[in-house]
Design a protein around this ligand. Structure first.
Ligand code: RUQ
Ligand code: CUA
Length: 662
């Protein structure tokens, strides 16, 4: 049975408050506290990487404690860490549109080897200005950001192949391609608007990303995706909605059909064609930003070309599978045989069988085509349907025992069901209206199957009120037994969508503790106090400064003139774990910079008007942290105060302090 769209869309609106579970306060078992208790000084079992949604960042929690370990700046500037404010990190946010200091970060993909999480990198999407970032799990820093051409709304992204050969992305909004005229009537959607799926290659050693090729597809909305594995190795599955090709009031007009589609892509085949030189090189403009841990500096390169393969010319790489109704999540079970499509407006969950899909393709068991792409008959691809699972299914992950767990936004619950016999085993309310859920390894060949975390869109009464806005809430659920048990709630940052976790043992020993000063190849690095200096170059002044507990060298600077562009290249000389120093100047239209041991960062400051400007360390680094400060003297434009800098040259307190130098 399909629930009429109108009924469901009003249910979508009232969902959260309408389906508020009773007994919300006492749903946890009596042993819950012991299960989440990680004693002081002890480590959590898992690192949990959580997308930040409209915060643009990625946060890292310990599981099961729910302790916040870190916020990693990715697509949004971060004054706390100086991300996007230091000269070295500014290029990371460069795009073909100029510097874009924010994005909407939804999904994460940990790198894999042989279908299993390997702990090298985690990839993150930017939804609004299409980009993919690679975060290095030895430094917990964003190492690379690649813009994606011919894309608008990079939602179906990033999803990774079993050996991290490709990160795959799909466009949420179809638009005219970058190489076609864009100034067309919106009404010409059917004719001029196209979708793309992009294959970003990942270099096996360095992890460096590049857009290898793109598939050109009919205009509609590509939503989410997952790679095949095991038997379905070499395939990719995307959920698509708006097969109606509506361009206005999508809420109604893109909810008309009973079924939309799952797009099945034979990526190995597509790759073969690409490697054989097929496809057309199209002009494009997209930024590729790479951060170098030796120079501590990012570079941004503008790419000018991309290979596009129109699927019309390659009929054996894509197929459509009908899927009820406005599918969102598209998830593949650990065996690689079953593909779960979650129709936001569907009253059942279809589970497709990869072997049946292959048979249907071999037998040409098609039901016509969608803009030239063969449509496999629904029944021919179907393993079966989960009946009456709940309302508003969104996302599914898997445990290591053959079970699936699906979130239901409208009925506000997680439902556990068996992937083979499709029987419902258990359901547990969530507080309230979950979007994604995450099980460590839950979308790989090897789920760890101990915990499930539901990311709830609405928080309401779960925490002390904090005005009109409440932090969104994560809920930790024990899935080790037959019945799910709620263990804990904890607030999150931004709006989490997807999250991924890995066993802490996989990465904790590899975590970088300092940057070796000897390896610092920053062109303005100052590796000892004796080398610190101030050098004028026209109206630019370069300050080669060092920081060590608890002073800067130099800490008195004179001879700066009104209008000078001053670059403070500050090197943190510490070689001890967890001793950053900060840098800030009064009135600077900048954030502070936080400089890690052995690292050099550059703070740009325009000396706007004459006066004395203190600068200081922002990170409480020692008992004498408050003493870690200095003064800069700025003189009028025509002044003849020479450049001078010093450390520890104190004036005689009895001597006349002197009058201002003209
Ligand atoms: S998608 S729930 Cu990007 Cu579901 Cu957020
Ligand atoms: Cu250095 Cu405080």
């Amino acid at each position: 049975m399909i629930i009429p769209a109108v009924v469901l869309s009003s249910a979508l609106l009232i969902g959260a408050s309408g389906c508020k579970p009773k007994n919300a306060g006492d749903a946890t078992g009596s042993d819950a506290a012991a299960k989440v208790y990680v004693p002081p000084g002890k480590y959590d079992e898992f690192y949990n990487f959580v997308s930040g949604g409209f915060s643009g960042q990625v946060s890292v929690y310990g599981v099961p404690s729910g302790r916040l370990l870190r916020v990693i700046p990715v697509f949004s500037v971060d004054p706390e860490k100086g991300w996007g404010f230091s000269e070295e990190t500014k290029p990371m946010l460069n795009t073909s549109h100029g510097s874009v200091p924010w994005d909407d970060q939804h999904h994460l993909a940990l790198s894999q080897t042989d279908g299993v999480i390997d702990g090298r990198w985690i990839f993150a999407n930017a939804n609004n200005t299409p980009r993919v970032a690679r975060i290095d799990l030895t430094t917990f820093r964003t190492a690379e950001i690649l813009e994606i051409p011919n894309t608008a709304g990079n939602h179906s992204s990033p999803f990774i192949t079993e050996n991290s050969e490709y990160v795959i992305t799909g466009t949420r909004f179809s638009v005219p391609m970058d190489y076609e005229p864009g100034d067309v009537p919106i009404e010409s959607y059917k004719k001029n608007f196209k979708g793309t799926v992009s294959f970003i290659s990942v270099a096996p050693e360095s992890g460096e990303m590049n857009v290898a090729f793109q598939l050109l597809l009919p205009g509609m909305n590509f939503d989410l995706s997952h790679t095949g594995k095991g038997p379905s190795s070499g395939w990719f599955f995307f959920s698509c909605y708006n097969s109606e090709q509506a361009h206005t009031l999508l809420e109604v007009n893109a909810s008309k059909r009973d079924k939309d589609y799952i797009l099945a892509v034979n990526w190995k085949k597509a790759e073969e064609y690409f490697k054989a030189g097929k496809g057309t090189k199209r002009p494009a403009k997209y930024a590729h930003n790479v951060y170098n841990d030796e120079t501590h500096t990012a570079t941004s390169t503008m790419n000018t070309e991309v290979t596009v393969m129109d699927v019309k010319d390659f009929p054996d790489i894509v197929y459509m599978i009908p899927c009820p109704k406005s599918p969102h999540g598209c998830d593949v079970d650990p065996t690689g045989e079953y593909i779960v499509g979650s129709g936001k407006l569907a009253a059942l969950i279809p589970v497709f069988s990869f072997s049946k899909i292959q048979k249907a393709i071999a037998d040409k068991d098609f039901d016509g085509d969608y803009e030239g792409i063969p449509v496999i008959k629904y029944e021919a691809a179907l393993h079966g349907e989960v009946a009456k699972p709940g309302l508003g299914p969104l996302h599914t992950e898997f445990d290591d025992k053959g079970n699936a767990y699906t979130t239901f936004f409208i009925s506000s619950e997680v439902v556990k069901w068996n992937v083979k016999n499709l029987n419902i085993i258990d359901r547990i309310p969530t507080y309230y209206s979950p979007g994604h859920l995450s099980i460590p390894g839950g979308d790989t060949k090897k789920p760890y199957g101990k915990y499930l975390i539901a990311y709830n869109k609405i928080t309401k009464d779960r925490y002390l009120p904090t005005g009109p806005e409440l932090s969104q809430s994560a809920q930790l659920i024990d899935i080790s037994g037959e019945k799910m048990k709620l263990l804990a709630d904890y607030p999150s940052i931004g709006e989490p969508h997807y999250a991924q976790s890995l066993p802490a043992d996989l990465i904790k020993e590899k975590s970088v503790k300092i940057f070796k000063l000897d390896d610092n190849k920053h062109p303005y690095a100052t590796k000892g106090e004796k080398e610190s200096k101030v050098v004028r170059d026209g109206n630019k002044v370069h300050v080669y400064a060092t920081m060590v507990r608890s002073h800067f060298s130099p800490d008195n600077i004179e001879g700066i003139k009104e209008g000078d562009e001053v670059y403070f290249h500050v090197t943190n000389l510490e070689q001890d774990w967890d001793v950053p120093h900060g840098f800030a100047i009064k009135g600077a239209i900048n954030a502070e910079l936080l400089v890690m041991p052995g690292e050099t960062s550059t703070f740009k400051w325009i000396a706007a008007k004459p006066g004395i400007y203190p600068f200081y360390c922002t990170d409480f680094c020692s008992a004498l942290h408050q003493e870690m400060s200095g003064y800069i003297r700025v003189s009028a434009k025509g002044s003849n105060v020479p450049i001078a800098f010093s450390l520890g040259k104190n004036s005689d307190p009895d001597a006349a302090a002197g009058t201002p130098t003209p």
